[in-house]
Design a protein around this ligand. Structure first.
Ligand code: NAD
Length: 382
């Protein structure tokens, strides 16, 4: 079946210079700093990439090196980084790390307007979006501002060489979530659908090529390029139900971002697929199967990721605490109507790691997770 989108649409392209290489990151970073005309760069660097960043920036005009990175960008951390950047009169931010390091740079830019050069080391995709996030007292606020979109992105597949295999898998599944959620997000259009569809194929190729603890260079190339396309699709389509659910849970309980997205994605796909047949068809085709859930099950079977929210530090009582907030965050345009019982049931299923297919049923309001829970095992998901 050929899936066509024929309606009128709006699409905004985002201005950004992107370099992609294997091993040429230091050269590309130097060129980016030169293009930015910087003389006092403020380097934000994650500990895992410190060695690479120190070598790559040894000859660059770095005025300050800020190495304190925390998940979900706590507001007081952002304040400390802003003060440090102001003290050295920085004229550029360079962020080397995952979404947390890049998110911190965005939080700084939000108040001082400095341009950002992002050097991503995971597949989170924050580098290609104008979305910022800040967490204060367990509540994560996000917003969109074109000033936080990095002016330059330097991708180097060698930076992901030390990303542990499980984090590689979960971060790539986070990228996959950008693509799939983007297919029914409020800003879905033919451009971001094309980007997202191709990104699913690339990310799936990369994920299938992961061999135990080894993530080969060719797989890392597929994953990083796929993550770039996935992030670009997400930047344009916006957050759908999946991202809204994860955003509320992640901010409220400080859950690990990539693992959370990986664990929740199949449940949202299973839930929405019957009401979004064109999107499901695209997912299936990109995964090389006749059925989207079957394709996801094949992919998850071949890779290792957390499958249940209970394994990520969420307690069962937490579900009741956030259910209302989750419901309020889900876009009204979601292809399948969502009510509070749905939210509780979906989160309960994801908490147990119950079989995904069970949440696809047409009369979800009648769904009872209890029988599923008895059968739930970390791998019983198809
Ligand atoms: P992260 O940046 O928190 O990194 C996770 C862990 O991996 C950290 O311990 C880090 O030190 C380590 N790590 C990162 N790169 C590594 C590497 N190459 N080798 C070894 N270890 C490495 O996690 P993330 O998933 O990249 O980002 C999550 C954050 O990004 C969340 O706060 C999320 O909200 C945000 N985010 C924002 C957007 C956006 O558009 N604004 C998009 C995606 C994610």
């Amino acid at each position: 079946m050929v899936v066509r989108m024929t309606s009128d649409f709006q699409h905004q392209t985002l201005a950004q210079h992107v370099s992609f290489s294997t091993g040429a990151g230091p050269r590309d970073l130097a060129a980016a700093v030169t293009r930015a005309g910087a003389t006092r760069a403020f380097l934000i660097v994650s500990g895992s990439s410190a060695e690479w960043a120190d070598a790559a920036t040894a000859r660059l005009p770095i005025a300050y090196r800020f190495g304190e990175i925390l998940a979900h960008v706590p507001a007081d951390l952002a304040d400390r980084a802003r003060i440090a950047a102001a003290k050295v009169d920085a004229d550029l931010l360079i962020a080397v790390g995952g979404g947390s390091a890049i998110g911190l740079a965005k939080a700084v830019t939000l108040t001082n307007g400095l341009p950002i050069v992002a050097v991503p080391t995971t597949y989170a995709g924050s580098e290609v979006t104008p979305v910022w996030g800040l967490t204060d007292n367990g509540v994560k606020r996000t917003g969109t501002d074109s000033c936080v979109l990095p002016v330059e992105v330097v991708y180097d597949t060698e930076l992901t060489a030390r990303l542990p295999a499980r984090l590689s898998v979960e971060s790539a599944l986070n990228g996959l979530a950008h693509c799939i959620d983007g297919l029914w997000a409020p800003g879905a259009n033919p451009v971001n659908t094309a980007l997202g569809t191709d990104a699913i194929r690339m990310l799936a190729d990369g994920l299938r090529a992961i061999d135990g603890d080894k993530v080969q260079p060719a797989a890392r190339r597929d994953l990083l390029l796929g993550a770039y396309l996935a992030g670009s699709a997400f930047a344009s389509a916006g957050s759908g139900m999946h991202h809204k659910v994860c955003h509320v849970l992640g901010g409220a309980f400080g859950l690990p971002h990539a693992a959370l997205h990986a664990a929740v994605l199949p449940y949202i796909l299973a839930f929405n697929a019957p009401s979004a047949p064109a999107a499901a068809e695209r997912v299936a085709r990109s995964l090389g199967t006749a059925d989207a859930l079957e394709g996801m099950a094949n992919l998850y079977d071949r890779t290792s990721s957390h499958r249940a929210l209970r394994d990520l530090g969420l307690s069962r009582e937490d579900i009741a605490i956030v259910a209302d907030r989750v419901l309020a965050a889900i876009p009204a345009s979601n292809p399948r109507p969502v009510d509070i019982a749905t939210v509780r049931h979906l989160l309960t299923a994801a908490w147990w790691g119950a079989p995904w297919r069970e949440v696809s049923g047409s009369d979800f309001s009648q769904w009872n997770p209890a029988p599923l829970v008895r059968h739930a095992t970390p791998h019983n998901h198809s």
